[in-house]
Write a protein that binds this ligand. Structure first.
Ligand SMILES: Nc1ncnc2c1ncn2[C@@H]1O[C@H](COP(=O)(O)OP(=O)(O)OP(=O)(O)O)[C@@H](O)[C@H]1O
Ligand SMILES: [Mg+2]
Length: 500
C-alpha cells in the first residue's frame, strides 16, 4: 500500500523532469537555432500533436492571400468576440467606442475565451505571428494577426456550418450597430511605409450636419433624401438589373452654398464612412485603383473641387492670377511635405475607370460624390448620367433656406423683420454661408433681433454694391459703344447716353 504513493510520486517527478527538459531544449532552440530550423521543429511537433488530439483547430487570418483587404470573416469574428468575450475574458483591451463617449472592451492578444453553441463548447484565442523578415531594419516587425477556433471533432459539421455562419452573421450586425464612422484621407503629407497595410489614414467622423439643419428648398431636400434612402435599400434591385451597387452625385454651385455640408449630411443620414480623396496626392492610375480597392462598402468617396484636379489630358490644371499662385504654393508645400516629385500621372481615363470600371464594383453600397464651383468646365464624359447619376445644384439662399437657418441659429420661426429680409433676398444674392455668419451671435449680449439687423445690413450693402456694379457696367458699355461710333465722346455726351 505504501508503495503506491511513492510510485506515484516517482511518476510525477519523472513527468515533471521530462517536461522541464523539453522546455529547456525548446528554450535553447528558440534562443539559438536559426529561424528555418525552429519552424521545421514547430511544424513536426504540431503534426504529431494534431495526430493524437481529438480537437480541431480553425485559423481565421486578418489578411488573406492578396493582402489588399482585411478579411471580412476576421472582422466579423472580431466584432462577435468583442461583444461576447468582455464578460468572460480576463485580459481585455479598451478602445473608445461610438460617439467617443463609451469604452468598448475586446479580448486582448493571446487571451482565450469559451463560447457555447447548441451544447457544444468551443474556444477562441486571439494570436499573431511575427514575421522574421523586415523590409528595413528600422521598420517594426510585420505582425500577422489571427483568431484560432478550437472544438471537439465530434462537432465538426455543426461548428464549421451553423456555428461559423452564426458568428459571422452576428458579428456583421454588431459592426453595423457599433460602427464608429470614420473620415478617411489619402493624406498628401504622409509617407506610406512599405509595411503599412493601408493607404488611407482616418479619424473619427463627427460632423454634426444633417439635412434638418441644411438651408435648402423643402422639395429639393425631400427629393435628395428619398433618392439616398432608396439607393441604400436597393441591394436586390441593383443585383437584378446587373448594375454595380453604387451611385454618383455631382454637387455644384458657388462657394459657401453647402456642398461640403451636404456630404456630411449624406453620411449622417445613411450612417456611411467618408473617404476624402485628394487627387493631387495620388501618384498614378495604379495607385488610384489601389485606393479604390481599399475602400469599404457603406461609404461615400468624395473628390472635392474636381475642376481643379484634372484636365482632359490628365495634366494638372493651370488657373489664372491669385488662384494660380495659391495653387502653385500649395502644390509646392505638398511636394515638400510628401517628399515626392509632385508629378501625379492620374489621367481622365484613370478617373473614369475609378468611377465605373470593373474595379469599382468591388465592395458595393458606395456613393461617389464630386463637388465643383464650375460645372461648365468639366469634361462631359466625367459627369454623364450613369457616372454622375444625380446632378444637384446648390445655389444662393432663398427665404425658405433663411427660415431653416433662423430656426437653427436663433430658434426663431417667425419675426416682424422676416418680411424685410424676404423682400431683400428677392433682390440680392447671398450665400447660405454669409447668412449663417450674420445670424451667428458675436457676443453674449447679442439677441436674435440684433442678428437679424446684422443680416439686413449685409443684404442692403450687397444690394448697394450690386447697383454700383450694374451702373459701372452700363457706363463702360456706353463708352465702348460711343468710341465705336463717333470716336471721342465728351463728358456731357457720356452722361446723356448713360441717362438714356
Ligand atoms: N445650405 C446650407 N445650409 C446650412 N449651412 C450652410 C449651407 N451652406 C453653407 N452653410 C454654412 O456655410 C459654411 C460653408 O459651407 P460649405 O463648406 O458646405 O460650402 P461649400 O459649398 O462646400 O463651399 P466651397 O465651394 O468653398 O467648398 C458651412 O460651415 C455651413 O455652416
Ligand atoms: Mg466645400
Amino acid at each position: 500500500m505504501e508503495m503506491v504513493p511513492s510510485t506515484m510520486t516517482e511518476m510525477w517527478t519523472t513527468m515533471g523532469s521530462t517536461i522541464a527538459s523539453f522546455m529547456f531544449i525548446w528554450a535553447i532552440i528558440r534562443q539559438y537555432c536559426p529561424y528555418e530550423l525552429r519552424r521545421y521543429f514547430e511544424k513536426y511537433t504540431h503534426t504529431i500533436m494534431t495526430y493524437f488530439s481529438p480537437y480541431i483547430k480553425i485559423s481565421i487570418h486578418e489578411f488573406t492571400g492578396d493582402r489588399l483587404k482585411r478579411s471580412e470573416v476576421y472582422v466579423a469574428v472580431e466584432a462577435y468576440l468583442s461583444a461576447n468575450s468582455s464578460k468572460t475574458a480576463k485580459r481585455l483591451k479598451a478602445e473608445m467606442g461610438k460617439d467617443s463617449n463609451n469604452l468598448v472592451l475586446s479580448m486582448d492578444e493571446y487571451e482565450k475565451v469559451t463560447d457555447e453553441f447548441r451544447g457544444a463548447k468551443v474556444w477562441w484565442v486571439a494570436s499573431k505571428v511575427v514575421s522574421a523578415t523586415r523590409p528595413m531594419a528600422y521598420y517594426p516587425e510585420q505582425e500577422k494577426r489571427y483568431y484560432r477556433l478550437t472544438f471537439h471533432k465530434r462537432y465538426r459539421e455543426m461548428i464549421t456550418g451553423a456555428y461559423l455562419e452564426h458568428v459571422v452573421k452576428e458579428g456583421k450586425e454588431i459592426r453595423v450597430r457599433n460602427r464608429q464612422r470614420k473620415l478617411y484621407t489619402n493624406s498628401p503629407g504622409y509617407k506610406w511605409p512599405s509595411y503599412k497595410q493601408t493607404m488611407w489614414s482616418h479619424i473619427v467622423f463627427e460632423h454634426p450636419a444633417t439635412f434638418g439643419t441644411m438651408a435648402l428648398e423643402p422639395d429639393k431636400k425631400k427629393e435628395i433624401i428619398e433618392d439616398l434612402v432608396t439607393f441604400s435599400e436597393s441591394k436586390e434591385f441593383y443585383a437584378r438589373i446587373g448594375k454595380a451597387w453604387k451611385r454618383g452625385y455631382l454637387l455644384y454651385g458657388p462657394p459657401g452654398t453647402g456642398k461640403s455640408t451636404m456630404i456630411a449630411a449624406m453620411a449622417n443620414l445613411l450612417n456611411y464612412d467618408v473617404y476624402d480623396l485628394e487627387l493631387t496626392a495620388v501618384k498614378d492610375n495604379t495607385e488610384l485603383r489601389k485606393l479604390l480597392i481599399e475602400t469599404t462598402s457603406k461609404s461615400i468617396i468624395v473628390i472635392e473641387d474636381i475642376d481643379c484636379s484634372l484636365d482632359l489630358t490628365g495634366q494638372r490644371k493651370k488657373k489664372g492670377g491669385k488662384a494660380m499662385a495659391d495653387d502653385e504654393k500649395e502644390r509646392k508645400e505638398v511636394k515638400e511635405e510628401s517628399g515626392n516629385s509632385g508629378n501625379s500621372k492620374v489621367t481622365l481615363s484613370g478617373l473614369l475607370n475609378f468611377i465605373d470600371g470593373l474595379w469599382s464594383a468591388c465592395g458595393g453600397e458606395r456613393l461617389i460624390v464630386f463637388t465643383t464651383n464650375y460645372v461648365e468646365k468639366l469634361d462631359p464624359a466625367l459627369i454623364r448620367r450613369g457616372r454622375m447619376d444625380k446632378h444637384i445644384e446648390l445655389s444662393y439662399c432663398g427665404f425658405e433656406g433663411f427660415k431653416v437657418l433662423a430656426k437653427n441659429y436663433l430658434k426663431l420661426e417667425t419675426h416682424p423683420l422676416f418680411d424685410a429680409i424676404d423682400g431683400l433676398m428677392k433682390e440680392v444674392k447671398i450665400t447660405p454661408a454669409d447668412v449663417a455668419e450674420n445670424l451667428m451671435p458675436k457676443s453674449p449680449l447679442d439677441d436674435a433681433e440684433k442678428c437679424l439687423w446684422s443680416l439686413i445690413q449685409a443684404l442692403e450693402e450687397a444690394k448697394e454694391e450690386a447697383e454700383a456694379e450694374a451702373e459701372a457696367a452700363t457706363t463702360k458699355k456706353v463708352v465702348e459703344q460711343s468710341q465705336d461710333g463717333d470716336g471721342v465722346c465728351s463728358e456731357n455726351c457720356m452722361a446723356e447716353k448713360a441717362s438714356e
